[in-house]
Structures are given as structure tokens and as C-alpha cells.
Write a protein that binds this ligand. Structure first.
Ligand code: F6P
Length: 281
């Protein structure tokens, strides 16, 4: 919008992309849009192009920008939630989350082969700067011994305790999932703190999955979710919705004001953390 880099899309513009990760639009975080001058440029371009409504795809940052822009210039905008973090209030799941979880799970399964073959402890770091959704879901599905998330403090003493309990039951390998935003630090930092507290023969390794979780072929679930939310955003806009995000809650399409999606927390289900403990016994 700021660069006036606009082209008309027809239905065939999206042929052959359903199986691709990333974005053909190449939209991304924009520092300039955070400034009043940048938004003014965007507005002038939209006016010149006679564009009367917007669909914004993204997470917290995107909807913050869309809300400010909507308040300043009154252009109706409807959002579609796209972030692997699944940290947006107003939808059960965000586009990309399921794929990211499955990618992380695939890696955890492979790492488990080394962990169990060589009796090792693996600390695996998954994405989630402020959110433990990927960690908890991939951790449960991957049979992790412990999952460390930003929302709930897991002290180092608890990690040590979990490992010791495992050894006392003759467990020879362990997998601990660390969300990148965990309070105890990165997976490497957690592993370093653990090393000095456990048996010096413990064979500890660290793997950071990083951006491997962001790309790749979307899962069937994500393709269907993206189709439903894309259509929901478009039909909402046509029907007069504005400054809201389309989401799916309990399998129903709902619209939630941007303000709420940004402001309200989406807590992880702490019962799931409890379940990890029970299942890892
Ligand atoms: O916001 C989504 C997210 O995937 C976070 O989990 C992660 O911290 C961040 O993006 C990585 O961003 P970048 O690609 O800019 O390093």
C-alpha cells in the first residue's frame, strides 16, 4: 500500500498455490507503516486506486496496524489470523499453526531415534516468542517428558527432578521441549543450567528447530482453515464488517473486534501441561 505496488487479482491468480508455504503477496512487517507518514502514504495510494476495503492477514502486529489505520482513515478492514504461534484471541486456531506443529513433531520423532539409541537427553527448542502453543501440542504428540512454555514458569529444579525421576524408573532417554520464549532461557541456556546439576555422565544434546517450522507444505487442516477464514473475511467485508478478525470458535465462523484480538490473552490450557507430567511417568 505504501509503495502503491498493487495489481489486480483474478481467481486464476491463486491457482496452484494451495500446496505452498509462505506468501505470494510478499507482505511482511513494515516499519514505515508504524509511522503516521507511512500510513498517510498508504491511504493516499488506496484513495488514488479507489480501494474501499482491506483484508489483513497476520497476527498481533498486523491487526494493531490495521486497527490504527482503520481509526485514522475509516477504511473498513477485516482480518484473517495467520501466525504459527496460535496466540490470537478470537479463534481456536490460526493459519499455519497445525503445519508448524506437525513439522516440529516430525523432527521430534526423528530426534527420538537418536535419543533412545544412544541414551541421551535432548532439549528441543520450538518457536513461540510469547506463546507455548507449538511447544505443548508437539510435546504431547511427541511424548515429551516435559514441556517448558513462556506462560508458566518451569523452574530448573523441576527439570532436574523430572530427569531424576525418569532415571529412577530406568528411563534411559528423555525429550524436553522448550518454547523459545521460556523464562529460563533458550534450550541451550536451559541445557547449560541442567548440565551442572545432573550426573556428569549424562549425555545432553540441544536442537533448535527455528525457521524449519515456518515453511513447507501446509497440512490439510491448515488449507481448509485458510480457505474458511479467507472466505469468511471476504464475505464479512462485503456484508459491512469492519475492524474485526474472522475466526473459528467451536467450528463456527465468528468476528472479533481487532481491539479484543490484540488486548485479550489466549491462555494455554494448563491441564495439558499436567497431562504431559502424567503421560511421561
Ligand atoms: O511471530 C511468529 C514467530 O514465528 C515467532 O514464534 C518467532 O519468534 C518469530 O516469528 C520469528 O520471527 P523472524 O522470522 O522475524 O525471526
Amino acid at each position: 500500500m505504501i509503495a502503491g505496488d498493487v495489481y489486480k487479482m483474478e481467481s486464476h491468480s491463486v491457482s496452484n498455490i494451495v500446496q505452498r508455504g509462505g506468501t505470494i503477496l510478499k507482505s511482511a512487517r513494515s516499519k514505515e507503516f508504524m509511522t503516521p507518514e507511512g500510513r498517510k502514504k498508504a491511504y493516499d495510494n488506496l484513495q488514488a486506486l479507489e480501494i474501499e476495503g482491506l483484508i489483513a492477514i497476520g497476527g498481533n502486529g498486523t491487526f494493531t496496524g490495521a486497527m490504527i489505520f482503520g481509526n485514522e482513515y475509516g477504511i473498513p478492514t477485516v482480518g484473517a489470523p495467520g501466525t504459527i504461534d496460535n496466540d490470537l484471541y478470537g479463534t481456536d486456531y490460526t493459519i499455519g499453526f497445525d503445519t508448524a506443529v506437525n513439522t516440529a513433531l516430525d523432527a521430534i520423532d526423528r530426534i527420538r531415534d537418536t535419543a533412545s539409541s544412544h541414551d541421551r537427553i535432548f532439549f528441543i527448542e520450538v518457536m513461540g516468542r510469547d506463546s507455548g502453543y507449538i511447544a505443548i501440542q508437539s510435546g504431547i504428540a511427541g511424548g515429551a517428558e516435559l514441556v517448558m512454555v513462556p506462560e508458566v514458569l518451569t523452574p530448573i529444579s523441576q527439570v532436574v527432578e523430572t530427569l531424576k525421576q525418569g532415571w529412577s524408573r530406568s528411563k534411559s532417554s528423555s525429550i524436553i521441549i522448550v518454547a523459545e520464549g521460556d523464562e529460563e532461557g533458550s534450550a541451550q541456556e536451559v541445557a547449560d543450567k541442567i548440565k551442572v546439576q545432573v550426573d556428569e555422565n549424562a549425555d545432553i544434546r540441544v536442537t533448535t528447530l527455528g525457521h524449519t517450522q515456518r515453511g513447507g507444505t501446509p497440512s490439510a487442516y491448515d488449507r481448509i482453515l485458510a480457505s474458511r477464514l479467507g472466505l469468511g473475511a471476504l464475505e464479512g467485508l462485503i456484508a459491512g464488517q469492519k475492524n474485526v478478525m474472522a475466526g473459528i470458535i467451536n467450528n463456527e465462523l465468528v468476528y472479533t473486534p481487532f481491539e479484543d484480538t490484540i488486548r485479550l490473552p489466549k491462555p494455554i490450557n494448563e491441564d495439558l501441561l499436567r497431562m504431559v507430567k502424567i503421560l511421561s511417568v
